[in-house]
Ligand binder design. Structure first.
Ligand code: MG
Length: 226
């Protein structure tokens, strides 16, 4: 009989930087609360858009901007380690954009968002879309102070992306399953991804999209109450 795979698991307190991390997360929470307060004070709706590299976060933001720019004064923050590639893409749609470059960090944090908020005129904004750094692990732990969180995943990431990253799906309000047009070629069932999400987070709202054509984006806008 084939034996199962051996698993080594880290227990709590065993990971070297655990105390340091707890302090960092606490400091981040405090700054996130300040961001929430500031955004509320100015009546700005805000959404943190998370997901892997290449899942379609920028494409989704472009779709949202095109459909909502007549109704809302939109600002977009684009998080990336380096470059302004995504910010340039979004800026073409005629909205205010701030690129946030994290250098080495694999996620945005509340401090960086706070710095970006100081660069914009909050009285002139009523919707803020924040594209997080492409990563399904680190952004889950760092709240930015946004009102809502979206995770974008796509069928091209394979069948196990959801079950392997439960924490980010646990903490999201909405999950987008993107690139559904490629599902057959990828042999990935979007309905299975959907049921994986519900089993991790029964309160999440799930939308299937093809951001290239805009399929599903109208439904997402309704779910987001925008
Ligand atoms: Mg992007």
């Amino acid at each position: 009989m084939r034996r199962g795979v051996e698993v080594v698991e880290a227990t709590e307190g065993e990971v070297f930087d655990i105390e340091l991390e707890a302090d960092i997360l606490k400091a981040n929470e405090k700054l996130a609360e300040e961001n929430t307060g500031l955004l509320r004070e100015y009546g700005v709706k805000s959404i943190d858009v998370m997901g892997s590299i290449g899942s379609g976060k920028t494409c989704l933001i472009e779709q949202l901007v095109q459909r909502l720019r007549e109704r809302y004064k939109i600002t977009v923050f684009n998080g990336d380690l380096t470059t302004t590639i995504d910010a340039d893409r979004v800026k073409r749609h005629g909205v205010e954009v701030v690129q946030i470059n994290t250098g080495k960090e694999c996620h945005l944090d509340a401090n960086l968002v706070k710095k970006a908020l100081q660069k914009v005129n909050l009285t002139g904004i009523d919707l803020l879309l924040i594209e997080n750094v492409g990563n399904l692990i680190c952004p889950a732990e760092f709240s930015l102070g946004s009102e809502m969180r979206i995770v974008v995943t796509s069928v091209t990431e394979g069948p196990y992306m959801v079950v392997k990253h439960p924490f980010i799906f646990m903490g999201t309000d909405v999950a987008v399953i993107n690139k559904v047009d490629l599902a057959e070629a990828m042999e990935v069932d979007p309905n299975k991804l959907e049921s994986d999400i519900y089993s991790i987070n029964p309160d999440a709202k799930v939308v299937k999209t093809n951001c290239r054509t805009g399929e599903g984006v109208k439904e997402l806008i309704e779910i987001l109450n925008l």
